[in-house]
Ligand binder design. Structure first.
Ligand code: G3H
Ligand code: 13P
Ligand code: ZN
Length: 284
């Protein structure tokens, strides 16, 4: 199957009360691991490219790898730009065949975020490409930020209502207590805030920074209306741990395939587990 828009996958997930896994890729092995895991679980899947992935592999390579991977399986696969930084970058990705883009205007004042997101949507709609927006600040895992400071950065439900009404965005990333990267403690999600957002907007909700969030908390978030769950760090951990093990156990090994093969396998296993937690297994 060729690449499909993200919108179709998350709308179906929202109705079916499960979430589609959106997994970050950086190289061929991770693209293969994502698609193999989704195929084994008969799950729809979103492959996404971060700013770091684009810097490392390039938009063209990621698009080519992903198109090939998607065409080799029957499950639906979307290719998504993660945390797009500008209108121009979104257009560049669309031009290279991405079927979905995120325009991350979360650092901007609300009105400017709305204007930028609308600008991307205006072009994306014509081409059948989906758009994810972000409201609130998801951030990293800085431990020195106090709880009250963190809450000030969370998504305001009233703002979310205005943002979705004025932009008609296809998916909305919210800040409800998750953060990117490895957590130092156990994250506590603000489910009351999530429920209030879901009451006010019909747009499918995206949970970022989901690696390290306890499975039960992810399940709960999905039950309240999260329809896309982003995972990067847990893939990196599995991939790197497996490659590192080979190097430690065989310090004289010089064949990269002996390291990257087990790394790909380990990444695939962790992605399969996530797909089952999100409930998207069997939903292709
Ligand atoms: O956006 C979240 C990603 O996990 C950041 O990844 O370091 O590849 O840009 P990156
Ligand atoms: P993690 O690396 O914390 O899984 O976050 C991934 C993410 O949100 C990508 O946008
Ligand atoms: Zn993110």
């Amino acid at each position: 199957m060729g690449l499909v828009p993200m919108k179709d996958l998350v709308l179906k997930a929202q109705k079916g009360r499960y979430a589609v896994g959106a997994f970050n890729c950086n190289n061929m092995e991770i693209v293969q691991a994502i698609v193999a895991a989704a195929e084994a679980e008969n799950a729809p899947v979103i492959i996404q490219a971060s700013q770091g992935a684009i810097k490392y592999a390039g938009i063209e390579y990621i698009a080519a790898l992903t198109k090939l991977a998607a065409s080799s399986v029957k499950i639906p696969v979307a290719l998504h730009l993660d945390h797009g930084t500008s209108f121009e970058q979104c257009i560049q990705c669309i031009g290279n065949g991405f079927t979905s883009v995120m325009i991350d205007g979360s650092k901007l004042p609300l009105g400017e975020n709305i204007a930028l997101t609308k600008r991307v949507i205006e072009i994306a709609r014509i081409l059948g490409v989906s758009v994810e927006g972000e409201l609130g600040k998801i951030g990293g895992t800085e431990d020195d930020v106090s709880v009250s400071e963190k809450e000030a950065l969370f998504t305001d439900p009233q703002d979310a209502e205005r943002f979705c009404r004025e932009t008609d965005v296809d998916a909305l990333a919210v800040a409800i207590g998750t953060a990117h990267g490895q957590y130092k403690g156990i994250p506590k999600l603000d489910f009351e805030r999530l429920k209030e957002i879901v009451q006010r907007v019909s747009t499918p909700i995206v949970l970022h920074g989901s690696s390290g969030v306890p499975d039960d908390a992810v399940r709960e978030a999905v039950s309240f209306g999260v329809a896309k769950v982003n995972i990067d760090t847990n893939i990196r951990e599995a991939f790197t741990d497996a490659a590192r093990k080979v190097v430690i156990e065989n310090p004289k090994e010089i064949d990269p395939r002996k390291m990257l093969g087990p790394a790909r396998e380990a990444a695939m296993q962790v992605i399969r587990e996530k797909i089952r937690v999100f409930g998207s297994n069997g939903k292709a």
